[in-house]
Structure formats: C-alpha cells, structure tokens
Design a protein around this ligand. Structure first.
Ligand SMILES: Nc1nc2c(ncn2[C@@H]2O[C@H](COP(=O)(O)OP(=O)(O)O)[C@@H](O)[C@H]2O)c(=O)[nH]1
Ligand SMILES: [Mg+2]
Ligand SMILES: [Zn+2]
Length: 360
C-alpha cells in the first residue's frame, strides 16, 4: 500500500518519525495511523491496511486518555497481511479534549493529531456565540487551529449578517469562511487548509453539513479522493470518527455526534485566546488577579461602561470560567476518590500477602 515516503506525505512528520525511531526494537515494528476506532478495534493505515487491537501490555498500562483514538500514530507489530497488534503509541501533536461530564476523573480525547478544525455552523440556524466560543477554546487548548465555516449559504438571501456575527466572536483570531456543500460555492477558499501532510477535522452540531462537506471535498471540489474508511460504495457516511485521505495527501476527519463540549478545559490557553480582547484590557486593571467583578480600578468594567466592550462578552467569560472551575473541582474529587480506591486495593493485597506469608 503505502511506502514510508507516502506516509511522510500523509503526516508522518519528523515529530512522529523520530519518536518511532527511538522505540525499542523499532526495526520489528511499523508505523501506522489510526483511521477508525470501534471500541478498541482499530483500523490502522501504514504500509498496509491492518485491523488491530492493543497489546496486552498497553491494555494494562495506558490510561483512558492515552488509549489510541482516531488520528493517533502508533507502532504496530504485523501479525499477517491483514492483522497487527498495536505495541506502542506515539506522543500526540494536538488533541481535542472534552472534560467528561459527571464525576469521572479523566477527560475524553475526541481526536488526535488534527492540525486544523473546521467549526461548522449554518446560515439558517440562529447563532449561538457561547457555543462557538466553547469550540474555539477547546481547539486552541489542544494545540490545533480553528477555522469557522458557515455552511448552507445557498439557503439565505444574504449571509453577510451571519458572517459579521461570527467575525465578532472570532475577531482576528480565527478566519470565517462562507460555503455551500450543496452547490460548492466558497469551497475553494478552504483549500489553503486542506494541504498535503495536514489533517483537517470537522466539528459542529448534527445536521450542519459536516459529512456533506467531506463528501464534497472527497468528490472533487477540492481534490479527488481515495477512500480509506468508507461504506464500500465510495460515499462517506457518518458511523464513527474516521479519517479520509484526499489524493493530495491531506486527511479529513469527521467527528460525528459532537454537539457540545460541556465545560471548557481551562488548562490550555484556549479561554484566554477566545477572550484575548478582555485579556489585553486586564493588563491595565489595578489588581493583577482582578476578576472584573466589582474591583476598583478595573479596566475591563471601565471598557464595558464606556461601551467599547460588549457586556455580554464579559458575562460569557465569567460563565465559562465558572464552568471550568466547577469541572476542575469535580475532576479533583474524582481523582481523590480514585487514589483512595487504589490505596485500599494496595492495602488489601498487602494484607493477603501477609496472610500468605503466615501460612507459608
Ligand atoms: N441547502 C443545503 N443543504 C445542505 C448543505 N450541506 C448539507 N446540507 C443538508 O443538510 C443535511 C445534513 O447534512 P450532513 O452532512 O448529514 O450533516 P452532519 O450531521 O453535520 O454530517 C442533509 O440533508 C444535507 O443534504 C448545504 O450547503 N446547503
Ligand atoms: Mg455526519
Ligand atoms: Zn478587572
């Protein structure tokens, strides 16, 4: 199938190849990319297309977050022409992480090694700026680059008001591109991001047209396609997260079922980047840890009063910060509980070890 040079073209960059070369016994292994993941059954594309599962050791050693997901580069040990065992994972260049809802300690990794995310919205839906902010924050926090794609512009008389509203959220930080997957307009403007060696992910609510955009690109609007994960009829349908290879060497990744991110992960720089206008103003607040509530000498509140900053934006920042803090507390509680269980388990096995010794 693919020689190493082609793998390189498909994103197996220096970053991954040097990690691969440093693995023990790398000469027995082959690099491969996870192009689909069905609950631990991986479709792996390397020199061949393999189906594989994790080695016993990895199954034990990897945390939930470390388990391979679509987009990951891994090292496999081929079993035969069609099957392989995943025996090592390579460190990710980017992640799309969702703070798990509820009380589990670990976040959910939705995608790995995606360079650019197209955040898809439609011209017919009402804009929800909070939602776009969440997507942007999560994408930046994970190290990827967002592009806002306004789809279905064929359905409206003028997309200009919607484009303006999106630009107000994205400001200079993320581009906004208006397109129609139906008649193909605007798709050329996406070409600069759909480049050889790059991986482009699609996020957005169900029905916004992610699959349609991918199909439009796979069928010639951007480049002719070569499918690696499809339904066998040459048309991509949404079943799970999967990667599709364009002939030019770019990858497209659908991420179905991703409506919301829940709480934003505050560990990265995402929130600061989304609210970089407020961040810049905050440098002039009297107190360095100003929360821009009622503190004296607050430059952010002053900007709201002067009308140069929309109050809604400040409210939005406060809301997302509160959510991030609440999620962090949940995370700490869950981590503490997990730690406690672990020590209970260790104490129990020590006790039984003692008993065995007494008996022996
Ligand atoms: N009019 C119009 N309809 C579109 C466009 N893109 C997608 N659709 C339609 O929107 C519906 C949902 O599209 P789909 O690609 O399945 O959305 P997904 O859930 O985000 O993958 C389908 O009926 C598509 O035909 C577009 O640009 N214009
Ligand atoms: Mg879909
Ligand atoms: Zn302030």
């Amino acid at each position: 199938m693919l020689d190493l040079e082609s793998l390189h073209l498909l994103g197996f960059s220096q970053y991954f190849s040097s990690q691969f070369a440093a693995l023990d016994e790398s000469e027995r292994l082959a690099p491969a990319r996870v192009v689909a993941d069905q609950r631990g059954h991986y479709t792996l594309l390397g020199e061949r297309l393999w189906h594989g599962t994790l080695s016993g050791r990895l199954r034990h050693e990897l945390t939930d977050e470390q388990r391979p997901v679509t987009g990951d580069w891994v090292a496999v040990e081929p079993v035969d022409d069609a099957r392989a065992v995943v025996s090592a994972t390579l460190e990710r260049s980017t992640v799309l992480r969702r703070k798990a809802a509820g009380t589990t300690a670990s976040a959910q990794i939705l995608a790995a090694n995606v360079d650019v995310f197209f955040v898809v919205t439609t011209a017919t839906d009402e804009l929800n700026p909070r939602r776009v902010e969440r997507f942007l924050a999560a994408i930046w926090s994970g190290g990827a680059q967002p592009v806002i794609v306004l789809n279905k512009v064929d359905l409206v008389e003028s997309a200009a008001p919607m484009i303006d509203a999106l630009r107000a959220v994205a400001r200079d930080e993320a581009p906004v591109v208006a397109v129609s997957a139906l008649d193909g307009r605007g798709l050329d403007a996406l070409a600069p991001w759909v480049e050889p060696t790059r991986t482009v992910g699609f996020v957005g609510s169900s029905g916004v047209g992610k699959s349609s955009l991918i199909n439009a690109m796979l069928h010639g609007h951007v480049q002719r396609a070569s499918h690696v994960a499809d339904d066998g009829r040459g048309r991509h349908t949404t079943t799970g997260r999967s990667l599709h290879r364009l002939e030019n060497g770019a990858w497209l990744m659908d991420t179905p079922g991703l409506r919301e991110f829940g709480a934003v992960d505050d560990e990265g720089d995402g929130l600061r980047r989304v609210f970089s206008d407020i961040d810049a103003l905050a440098n002039q607040c009297r107190f360095r840890d100003c929360r821009h509530d009622n503190e004296p000498g607050c430059a952010v509140r002053a900007a709201v009063e002067a009308g140069s900053l929309a109050e809604e934006r400040l409210r939005s920042l406060h809301k997302l910060e509160r959510e991030a803090r609440a999620a962090a507390v949940r995370h700490d509680h869950a981590a503490a509980a997990a730690e406690k269980r672990k020590w209970k388990g260790i104490a129990r096995s020590l006790r039984s070890l003692d008993r065995d010794k007494d008996r022996g």
